[in-house]
Ligand binder design. Structure first.
Ligand code: PAF
Length: 282
């Protein structure tokens, strides 16, 4: 497995692989890998001749006062895990390689798909995500790029960006990987203390209970949101950022459950903000 820090080197390497007719799969990550990331890698390994994983904690997607500085990093462990998954190349650039002095070009998807939920709580977040992912697409020229469904809004924003900017690639969504007790895997779970870790189980429980209410016939999104909120507020350390039920195709607000809907939430436990979601179809 090669580890490359330099853009021109990986660009050249990917260009050669394309000329050889190889199919390139790209898994963009911010590192501190867990089973969720590895499920993306395994899917890429199944579909593609060449698997490239990027590890880059992207400052452009963190707001002032967020956890950029303390975001967990462990390059050595990440590379050992990726080697075991038969990854061909790890691209791990420095910040100044991706954003040299005087950098001023950004990519932004406008509209409700990026303005609500995480877009509202983290202004500029998706602009940072779209910018870095566009750069990674241009650098690696992947045929397929893999993203986790845990960041449901992120993958929808990126799908729209790919469609509207005509990137010649396919995005594959990979299902959420959960701990045995239901907590969605996230690099940020390491921030949780014991009590917060226990309380965080309410996220999936509340989502499953909403699904159950819908299965039993409830269609009023207000009532479903209220019952999710009530469950979460039963946890002393939980502070709800948002609970949203939207059309799963375009994130439009809905009053009534119909077709495929995305139930998504973000909740803080102390300084740690966790997100989770579930798609329900009626
Ligand atoms: O989901 C992530 O880890 C990041 O947002 C991504 C897609 C790697 C862009 O920095």
């Amino acid at each position: 497995m090669q580890i490359v820090n330099n853009i021109s080197e990986i660009q050249e390497w990917c260009r050669e692989k394309k000329l050889e007719g190889k199919k390139i799969g790209l898994v963009p990550t911010m590192g501190y890998l867990h089973e969720g990331h590895l499920s993306l890698v395994r899917e890429a390994r199944r579909d593609c001749d060449i698997v490239v994983v990027s590890i880059f904690v992207n400052p452009a997607q963190f707001g002032a006062g967020e956890d950029y500085e303390v975001y967990p990093r462990n390059m050595e462990r990440d590379c050992a895990l990726l080697e075991r998954e038969m990854v061909d190349l790890v691209f791990a650039p420095e910040v100044k390689e991706m954003y040299p002095a005087g950098y001023q070009t950004y990519v932004e998807v406008f509209g409700q798909i990026s303005n609500k939920m995480c877009g509202a709580s983290r202004p500029g977040h998706f602009r940072g995500v779209c910018t870095v992912v566009s750069k990674l697409f241009n650098i690696c020229q992947p045929d397929i790029a893999y993203f986790g469904q845990k960041d449901a809004q992120q993958v929808m924003v990126l799908e729209k960006m790919v469609r509207e900017l005509n990137f010649p690639l396919k995005i594959v969504r990979v299902p959420i990987v959960r701990e045995e007790d239901g907590l969605a895997m996230s690099s940020r779970n390491v921030y949780l203390d014991q009590q917060q870790r226990q309380e965080a189980l309410v996220l999936y429980k509340a989502l499953k209970s909403a699904e159950e209410n819908i299965t039993q016939g409830e269609r009023d999104t207000r009532k479903i949101k209220d019952s999710i909120e009530k469950m979460i507020k039963g946890c002393p350390q939980a502070d709800v950022d948002y609970i949203e039920i939207s059309d799963a195709a375009d994130l439009a607000d809905i009053d009534e459950i119909r077709g495929q809907v995305l139930i998504a939430l973000a909740v803080r436990f102390g300084n740690t903000r966790l997100i989770d979601n579930l798609i329900v179809e009626v």
